[in-house]
Design a protein around this ligand. Structure first.
Ligand code: GCO
Length: 264
């Protein structure tokens, strides 16, 4: 018992969407706990190479693989390549995702479907192909990045809420089906964090910026590094009997009804 409980030495972790933002923050946490990081993005090779260089500058062993998590053929090819060149994946964090902020009555069906495809179907696709070797090894960790919108609705993010609500239930079903293989599947639900994804609603003076600070008992936006502890916990021996749970790292948003703006 003790420090080895959280030690990820010798583990290989694939974090989708880990060239920036929350994915990079969580992958950095796993890397500093000893894991080798498989960096993924669907962007340019240069962006992935730059991200790998950043991880290495932090003393983290990292390798980059460009593939689109929504394209099953690309996923199959990439996982085969990773398993050949690096080794079987011990930890999978399904982080890659998009958001489209449009009132439902104005949203194009194609846009709605794209959000569902990337935020809900892709974690299924990647998990389906990574879990094969986890089942063979009788060991594995899968973490799905959920959201406040796994529990709550908000104006203009209906497609995203549908996807993230579904991802919470998919997490519970993956846990149900794969726990017998000593594979723990859980979720992390970030609150509101200062990232490029929230930049448009976080600018000073934006009504949403003030709203979130007031709605969050910790009275601030989260720092992406605040997610590292939950990611390490759910990737390590410390969570070997935790299945199907979503850990909300939200500064207390889901714990409260909120307060009037003139109240401290
Ligand atoms: C929004 C935000 C949220 C956060 C996060 C909250 O528009 O409401 O972008 O979706 O990004 O998902 O958990």
């Amino acid at each position: 018992m003790g420090v080895s409980l959280f030690n990820l030495e010798g583990k290989i972790a694939l974090v989708t969407g880990s060239t920036h933002g929350l994915g990079m923050a969580m992958a950095t946490g796993l890397g500093k706990a000893g894991a080798t990081i498989i960096v993924n993005g669907n962007s340019s090779k240069q962006k992935i190479d730059d991200a790998v260089a950043h991880y290495k500058s932090e003393g983290i062993n990292a390798l980059g693989y460009q593939f689109n998590v929504a394209n099953e053929a690309e996923v199959i090819q990439a996982i085969k390549k990773i398993e050949t060149e690096v080794g079987t994946i011990d930890i999978l964090i399904n982080n890659a995702g998009i958001i489209k902020r449009t009132p439902l009555e104005e949203m194009e069906v194609a846009d709605f479907k794209q959000v569902i495809d990337i935020d809900l179907v892709s974690p299924f696709i990647v998990s389906k192909h990574v879990v094969k070797n986890m089942i063979a090894k009788k060991e594995g960790k899968i973490i799905n990045i959920c959201s406040m919108m796994s529990e709550l609705g908000r104006n203009t993010v209906g497609a995203y809420a549908a996807a993230k609500g579904g991802l919470k239930m998919l997490t519970q079903n993956m846990a149900t089906e794969w726990a017998k293989h000593n594979i723990q599947v859980n979720g992390i639900g970030p609150g509101y964090f200062a990232t490029s994804q929230t930049a448009p609603i976080r600018v000073d003076g934006h009504p949403f910026n003030d709203f979130i600070v007031n709605r969050t008992p910790a009275a601030k936006w989260g720092d992406p590094n605040d997610l590292q502890g939950a990611a390490i916990f759910l990737s390590s021996e410390a969570s070997s009997f935790v299945n199907g749970q979503v850990i909300y790292v939200d500064g207390g948003i889901l714990a409260t009804i909120g307060k009037p703006s003139n109240e401290d």
